[in-house]
Design a protein around this ligand. Structure first.
Ligand SMILES: Nc1ncnc2c1ncn2[C@@H]1O[C@H](COP(=O)(O)OP(=O)(O)O)[C@@H](O)[C@H]1O
Ligand SMILES: CC(=O)N[C@@H](CCC(=O)OP(=O)(O)O)C(=O)O
Length: 251
């Protein structure tokens, strides 16, 4: 089975070692699945910006990325988050290798249209062969959500959920799992609200319009919808093997 796992920055800030998603990664690898991991790092980027009194701004769920902000984004995503995650996986006996869109020219991106976003993009192409080669060599690729534009003159900050969806679509994944701090999709942004077991693609727009899914959940649901429309077979928000804490199936 081809599996893409997206691990949100909110999950990683709890520390990767021994966490439930890490146990699931170990199970996927032990069962011989072809696994790629895409990580976030939003909270760590915001913390780095706060420490230097750099303004933090979001527009339509995406970080407004000035040249100064982009410096923080590259340092945190391709530096700290990717290195620590690869290190944590290696410690668990999983031979991981870090990459971003720039490494091996793995992915390219285009600017998202709103001008006010600055250096923000969406993935327009993925070199799926590179993943095949890494899997043949026994590596688990760990992907930071950064990519150059198509003529390699700029680096663009990309939303991690969108990168996971683009990778999953390009490899025609059997399964895309979004691990996030709230377990699954809840009936409202309230952390104590109930986790819903199923959400149909047709319901996604209404959920967003009615404010039942807000902030970071919006790009996640939109990414889930694009993945299914693009041929990914199964999309989950929450755990795959251990559903005891609740998992949402997007159908
Ligand atoms: N209906 C909902 N169910 C769960 N989380 C929601 C919902 N609506 C909004 N959210 C918000 O979405 C966040 C998860 O998205 P995000 O912050 O991007 O996480 P991650 O870093 O894991 O990708 C939650 O922390 C929560 O604040
Ligand atoms: C354009 C954009 O918003 N990029 C994100 C990239 C990191 C990310 O997606 O992190 P999470 O998965 O933890 O949210 C950002 O700068 O925060």
């Amino acid at each position: 089975m081809r599996v893409v796992i997206k691990v949100g920055g909110s999950v990683l800030s709890d520390g990767p070692g021994g966490s439930p998603w890490m146990r699931e990664v170990q199970t996927f690898v032990a069962e011989g699945h072809q696994l790629a991991i895409v990580h976030g790092g939003g909270p760590a980027i915001s913390e780095s910006l706060r420490q230097t009194q750099t303004p933090i701004q979001f527009y339509q769920g995406q970080r407004v990325t000035t040249p100064e902000v982009l410096g923080h984004v590259i340092r945190i995503l391709r530096g700290e988050m990717n290195a620590l995650l690869v290190h944590a996986l290696n410690r668990q006996g999983i031979t991981a290798i870090g990459l971003s869109g720039m490494d091996g020219a793995f992915m390219v991106a285009r600017h998202l249209p709103p001008k006010e976003l600055g250096y923000v993009g969406y993935i327009s192409d993925v070199k799926a062969d590179l993943l095949d080669q890494l899997w043949t060599l026994g590596f688990v690729p760990v992907i930071a959500p950064l990519a150059p534009n198509e003529d390699h003159t700029e680096i663009l900050n990309c939303n991690g959920d969108g990168v996971a969806e683009a990778v999953a679509r390009h490899i025609q994944a059997d399964l895309l799992v979004f691990y996030t701090d709230r377990g699954g999709l809840r009936t409202s942004p309230d952390p104590d609200a109930r986790i819903v077991a199923h959400l149909t693609q047709d319901e996604i727009g209404t959920w967003i319009d009615q404010g039942k899914a807000t902030e970071g959940m919006i790009p996640k649901l939109q990414a889930a919808q694009r993945a299914l429309q693009g041929g990914v077979k199964q999309v989950l928000i929450g755990a795959f093997y251990d559903e005891s804490e609740g998992t949402t199936h997007i159908v």
